[in-house]
Design a binder for this molecule. Structure first.
Ligand SMILES: [Zn+2]
Length: 343
């Protein structure tokens, strides 16, 4: 009797196991599609798009003042809105919307026309990410202070770590671009075509990572403003970002040095667009202290957003997808490729 019961139980268990295996491996099973795609590129793009259908964030605070005449299109309610629970946080004092028509320039190191910040106002900007460890630490420091920044990711890095860049956008920060491979667009060897490729491929990579259009905000690698590239950016209605003060965080020996450099320059200049790198470990380490010091010093953060997103060029989107595609294996049956000759 006991044996019969055992046998019955064993049959039931076997049936369940067989069903599970069948479900996993049947062609109709969605898991199979994930487990063995014919090509990687197309499903990847779909997955990226599906993972972040709307990267458009809403302001995190109620008291945000939108200063542009034309407001942004209404964004979907953001889950971030309720997650900011630091009443003493640095926050966002003002959100400005930038009409990028004609490629306006910002940052007094190179552009003097648009002096839109008032005394004690700062814009936080971060270049060269997304990067594991450092970028998430920067995001956490900003979130802890309920404040927002502008990010200029490198296209290649966006393809390495798209999930981190999606976190940047999901947290409500502005995401522009910083070329595909951080090439110096002002070097003697740079051609107009290569410069254009660097710019466009960078934006296409950011778009692919986000599953949404980036902001038409651009920062030149090493702040090397190539004249031909500037003309091209203007023709694409992309705003150019230099800075008002450089943290020189990439050569800082420790986090304290970054805090001191930024605060000393800010106290002297009174306001400005601050250039930092979420790629740098010391920057990530310095940020909690720096944000506290900004708050204590009476500084206010201004977030810059674009009036309209950038339309990437389809030929660059497609070229990038092709680049990303893992080579498709041959259609020959395995027996014609691998033959056992001795056993
Ligand atoms: Zn850079």
């Amino acid at each position: 009797m006991r044996n019969a019961l055992g046998l019955m139980l064993a049959s039931v268990v076997t049936a369940v196991v067989i069903s599970a295996v069948w479900l996993f491996w049947t062609p109709s099973s969605p898991r199979l599609a994930l487990a063995a795609p014919n090509t990687v590129a197309a499903p990847l793009a779909e997955r990226l798009a599906a993972a972040n259908p709307s990267a458009k964030p809403a302001p995190a605070r109620e008291d945000v003042e939108v200063t542009a005449a034309i407001p942004e299109t209404p964004a979907a309610p953001s889950p971030q809105k309720s997650t900011c629970a630091n009443p003493d946080g640095l926050g966002v004092a003002r959100v400005v919307v930038i009409d990028t028509t004609g490629g306006p320039g910002f940052g007094f190191e190179h552009f003097k026309q648009l002096d839109f910040l008032t005394d004690k106002e700062v814009v936080l900007t971060f270049d060269d990410g997304p990067w594991p460890g450092n970028t998430p630490a920067v995001l956490k420091a900003l979130a802890d202070e309920c404040t927002k920044a502008v990010f200029f990711p490198i296209g290649k890095h966006a393809t390495y770590h798209p999930e981190i860049l999606r976190q940047v956008a999901a947290a409500g920060h502005t995401v522009g671009a910083h070329t595909w491979s951080h090439a110096n667009l002002n070097s003697k060897k740079m051609t107009e075509q290569i410069a254009r490729d660097e710019i466009e491929k960078g934006y296409s990579a950011v778009k692919m990572a986000l599953g949404a259009a980036p902001s038409p905000f651009f920062r030149f690698p090493e702040l090397q403003h190539g004249p031909a590239a500037m003309t091209y950016l203007a023709s694409r209605n992309i705003a150019m970002f230099s800075c008002d003060l450089d943290s020189f965080d990439f050569r800082a020996k420790n986090p304290e040095q970054i805090v001191n450099t930024v605060m000393t320059k800010l106290d002297k200049q009174g306001k400005g667009i601050v250039l930092m790198h979420d790629f740098q470990k010391h920057t990530a380490e310095a940020l909690p202290t720096l944000l506290r010091r900004l708050k204590a010093g009476g500084y206010k953060v201004v977030q810059m957003k674009a009036k309209t997103p950038l339309q990437t060029l389809p030929e660059y989107d497609e070229a990038l997808l092709k680049d990303m595609k893992v080579p498709v294996s041959s259609a020959r049956p395995i027996g014609s490729v691998v033959q056992t000759v001795t056993e």
